[in-house]
Design a protein around this ligand. Sequence first.
Ligand code: 8IG
Length: 260
Amino acid sequence: MTQATLAAERLRELTGGGDHDIALVMGSGWLPAADALGAAEYEFPVSDLPGFSAPAVEGHGGTVRSLRIGGSRVLIFLGRTHFYEGKGVRAVVHGVRTAAAAGVKTIVLTNGCGGLDTAWSPGTPVLIKDHINLTATSPVEGANFIDLTDLYSKRLRDLCRELEPELDEGVYVQFPGPHYETPAEIGMVKAIGGTLVGMSTVLEAIAAREAGMEVLGISLVTNLAAGITGEPLNHEEVIAAGNAAALRIGSLLGQILPRI
Ligand code: 8IG
């Protein structure tokens, strides 16, 4: 029995039994958008599930919500384990694998990130069309040669753009963090074809594909990447951009989920 299977069993007990259909992982800046999706039917600290560690600061851990949207049961992870926490890649993707073991077939991975395109003012949502993994690791264990050619579902991206035709697409580059990039590193990102920089999502997306799920990735650009404006980066703008964009990204998710 894997840790994820155990976690999914407990999840079923805590959410009235049965499978979930869709999972959402809410990243930096996305918490206000989660509330726009409606009231939780069930909500509890993620540390109530096996394999998720208790928060370092009480009250500052992740929570899990279960609710119904249209005919689907939706599981929302408010917060995630980041690679930079040093708990290992298994801990980073435990939520994704738990969702898969709970029956989830479609996962929506969201994040707050830096953008390289100056047209993306803070608070702009961007669809992830592909990624570059700069973590130098993988969640896949053993000689399991997972195909990532179409990792970020074209079907789901097209659906999003039907609903919001002005949505741009980008290539997300995951750095290990937790420090932000130097301007020279952003120059490298540009040279290799990246347009979004962050510290999450990529390892989770790979684990999701390994588990056979369809993946939708949406970034919220909360700041322009280092060296682009000449201004230093700070965490406050991340929070502010999330709050400013909550209505738009909340309604985007609210429209997409019933059509997945
Ligand atoms: I929010 O500019 C957020 N997360 N690596 N770079 C990286 N991660 C981020 C950034 C950024 N902004």
